[in-house]
Design a protein around this ligand. Structure first.
Ligand SMILES: Nc1nc2c(ncn2[C@@H]2O[C@H](COP(=O)(O)OP(=O)(O)OP(=O)(O)O)[C@@H](O)[C@H]2O)c(=O)[nH]1
Ligand SMILES: [Mg+2]
Length: 713
């Protein structure tokens, strides 16, 4: 395939609320550009960007997918992103390699929670936004569109301005009027997305003229020479208007609003034209910010000097040194690892050797390609600004920067949220156990949010991800792709134990067996420390009651016993031990004896020191439409949650609360059910707090008593 210079490329992140029609729209755009023989559907996996087996099964996008359209001499790269709240962080990751955010807003549902979220992301990345009111074929679209438009004004400002007017005919949504050129484009719904140019229907002539003037005025605003021209001539010549609108979009002074239907493929070729004419090309954008680690001057050391790195920028230009950023990794059981990247500067040739700066290793770029969904299309080179892909890099992962070895540079990787939910994952058989870790690591390559580890206490395998659907999709992939069967269990809450009172005890270990006996004896005091204080050990022995070399053994015995817990098998924390006395035997004392003595003293102290359980408390932020606030607060109450504050943002409410982790294990499901999928939440571990007595009693009763503790003296 032909390679396109940076002036002839548009990188568009397609973002919006779940089910607003993004994947269908991308499919329609590709079909309109004749990239596909028919209009692909999300439901049967024939939409180009809906190839992942789990995405198809759930009819929702769970991770970014890339496709391109060659259209009238340019290449449009689309990144189709998830709108479901649990995966919407992917949309944020898609903004780094894009120069335009195409925000799909369901014409009938209007602005929804994730519309606002992706808008914030676009603001954060300074991305020009093009709004498209989607699913215009809906029977109520025509009447709802006006309301949706005014919500857009309310939420995102009056810069959201229509550059089209929709045309409704006998068959519903049939076309659009271009308010710049004042031409009408009409379509056969269900066709190939190609419009016929014609005159503006008589009944729309006047509204179109008014909308045109509103647009012209807004474009001219703040531009003196345009204003003067506008007042002098009463209008602005078309070419001036096009240039000025392009500039206004690039500078976020105008967020144009268009109309389309993906499902019936109406007004899609015009959307492609619009993006070609008005979306910024990569080379037009401000230079990208990056960091350059200062290299050590010493020749041949090859090491970074460790000095503070300095902020620099790179122009999106073929003449600059090569640099590229990996924004996605796909782990294909057959093709292996495929890395998706954006060439930020320089020109990347097939078979190039490229340095991975993040991992300090060279990589070979063989079979350079550009992705059409899951299929790679070979290219011989990629110019600055283009998106491409390559298979079988050895070490490269998402977030890495690579480039010309002589010009080290780092682009800041897009940060991901912490996983919100952890589950225990149990292999079904011995064979599954062997396959589990390598398979999960493959999945982790394509999804950096996933964590996989072993619980230090229970030895269980744990997997952490964004929420239940996320974990379930991972389990399905393990089965289908890697033939690894597992079962999921609710994870153990990492409780801790602590003391609330002081205690004092003696631990004496004495055994007489045949030859050498064993003898160790210690006296300790125990007292609580502040939350987070951990463990403190004070040696207060005077006069050699215990020889110095045995004191660490006492400490070790206490620590080992504390790690195994006293009440319910959870580690004891936040306490201080003072070793103040003891005795020893010249022949029979050894390290083991003092360890056992320490252990005995600790357990005796625990009996008296009012032991109790601590539980992790999560800081939870919940966002949902206002009408659900009452129900959500009631539910939080039932979960022993403490609401810390509430804010309202337009039609949505943000609730901040602190809730015990034990009560949040299945919160995702409840939230989805309560808010009809319109709420989202995020939580982070905040602190440990004492478990209320009745709950503690239950946990203790359920816990197996730790085995192997000697009670004898
Ligand atoms: N009537 C109509 N239905 C549409 C249109 N576009 C999408 N749909 C339907 O709406 C549902 C969601 O469409 P998708 O294209 O998957 O929406 P999405 O925005 O990609 O959704 P997520 O990936 O979950 O964020 C599907 O059932 C589509 O068939 C449209 O233009 N008209
Ligand atoms: Mg989708």
């Amino acid at each position: 395939m032909k390679s396109y210079p940076g002036s002839d490329i548009r990188n568009v992140a397609v973002v919006g609320h779940a089910h607003s029609g993004k994947t269908t729209l991308v499919s329609a755009l590709l079909h309109a550009a004749k990239m596909t023989p028919s209009l692909g559907r999300v439901e049967d996996g024939s939409a180009v960007t809906a190839y992942d087996e789990e995405d198809v099964a759930r009819a929702t996008t769970m991770q970014n997918a890339v496709a391109f359209a060659e259209w009238n001499g340019i290449k449009l790269n689309f990144i189709d992103t998830p709108g479901f709240h649990m995966f919407v962080h992917e949309a944020r990751s898609a903004m780094l390699p894009a120069e335009t955010a195409l925000v799909a807003v369901h014409a009938v549902n209007g602005v929804e929670a994730m519309t606002e979220r992706v808008w914030k992301y676009a603001e954060e990345f300074n991305l020009p936004r093009v709004l498209v009111l989607s699913q215009m074929d809906h029977p109520r679209a025509a009447e709802s569109a006006a309301g949706t438009l005014s919500t857009l004004h309310e939420r995102f400002g009056r810069q959201c301005i229509p550059v089209q007017l929709p045309i409704a005919g006998d068959k519903g949504f049939e076309g659009v009027i271009d308010l710049v050129t004042m031409q009408a484009f009409s379509y056969a719904p269900g066709g190939d997305g190609h419009g016929k140019i014609g005159d503006i229907p008589a009944h729309l002539a006047e509204p179109a003229q008014r909308a045109h003037e509103t647009l012209v005025e807004l474009v001219a605003e703040g531009k003196d020479e345009l204003m003067e021209e506008f007042f002098r001539e009463g209008t602005i010549p078309e070419q001036h208007l096009i240039t000025a609108l392009h500039e206004a979009i690039r500078e976020d002074r105008i967020f144009p609003v268009l109309y389309a239907s993906g499902l019936t493929n109406v007004a899609t070729d015009h959307l492609l034209d619009f993006l070609k004419a008005y979306a910024p090309a990569p080379i037009e954008c401000a230079p990208v910010a990056a960091r350059a680690a200062l290299q050590a001057v010493a020749a041949g050391s090859g090491e970074a000097s460790g000095e503070e790195s300095e902020g620099i920028t790179r122009k999106v230009d073929d003449a600059e040194p090569l640099s590229l950023y990996v924004f996605k990794t796909m782990s294909d059981p057959f093709a292996g690892r495929i890395s998706f990247f954006k060439v930020f500067s320089g020109c990347l040739k097939n078979d190039a050797s490229v340095q991975n700066f993040t991992r300090r290793t060279p990589e070979k770029f063989s079979h350079l390609s550009t992705m059409q969904g899951r299929n790679a299309v070979a290219v011989s080179e990629l110019h600055a600004g283009d998106l491409g892909a390559v298979a079988k890099l050895k070490e490269t992962l998402t977030g890495d920067t690579l480039g010309d070895k002589a010009h080290e540079i780092f682009f800041e990787p897009v940060a991901l949220p912490e996983p919100a939910m952890t589950w225990a994952i149990e292999p079904k058989s011995r064979a599954d156990e062997d396959k589990l870790a390598p398979a999960v690591h493959k999945l982790m390559e394509e999804d950096l949010m996933v964590r996989f580890f072993r619980d230090g206490q229970t030895n269980e395998f744990l997997i952490a991800a964004a929420g239940q659907p996320h974990i379930e999709s991972l389990v399905n992939k393990l089965r289908k792709r890697y033939h690894t069967e597992v079962t999921l269990k609710a994870p153990r809450v990492p409780y801790r134990e602590t003391i609330r009172g002081r205690a004092e005890a003696q631990g004496r270990h004495k055994k007489q067996t045949g030859g050498h006996g064993q003898y160790g004896d210690c006296k300790i005091k125990m007292e609580p420390l502040q939350r987070g204080g951990g463990f403190e050990f004070v040696n207060d022995i005077f006069g050699g009651a215990i020889p110095r070399n045995f004191i660490p053994a006492v400490e070790k015995g206490i620590q080992e016993s504390a790690a195994r817990g006293y009440l319910a098998g959870y580690p004891v924390v936040d306490f201080k031990v003072i070793l103040y006395d003891g005795s020893y035997h010249d022949v029979d004392s050894n390290e083991l004896s003092f360890k056992l003595a320490g252990r005995l003293a600790f357990r005796k102290c625990m009996e008296q020191a009012k032991p109790t359980l601590l539980e992790p408390i999560m800081k939870v932020d919940i966002e949902a439409p206002q009408e659900f606030a009452g129900a959500l607060m009631g539910d939080l109450n039932q979960r022993r949650g403490r609401v810390q504050g509430m804010e309202s943002h337009g039609a949505s409410t943000l609730i901040h609360a602190e809730v015990p982790m034990a009560e949040m294990l299945t919160y995702g499901q409840t939230l989805t059910a309560t808010t009809q999928g319109r709420g989202s939440f995020h939580m982070d571990m905040d602190h440990y707090d004492i478990v209320p007595q009745p709950i503690m009693e239950k946990i203790v009763a359920n816990a197996k008593k730790p085995a192997g503790e000697e009670e004898e003296e």
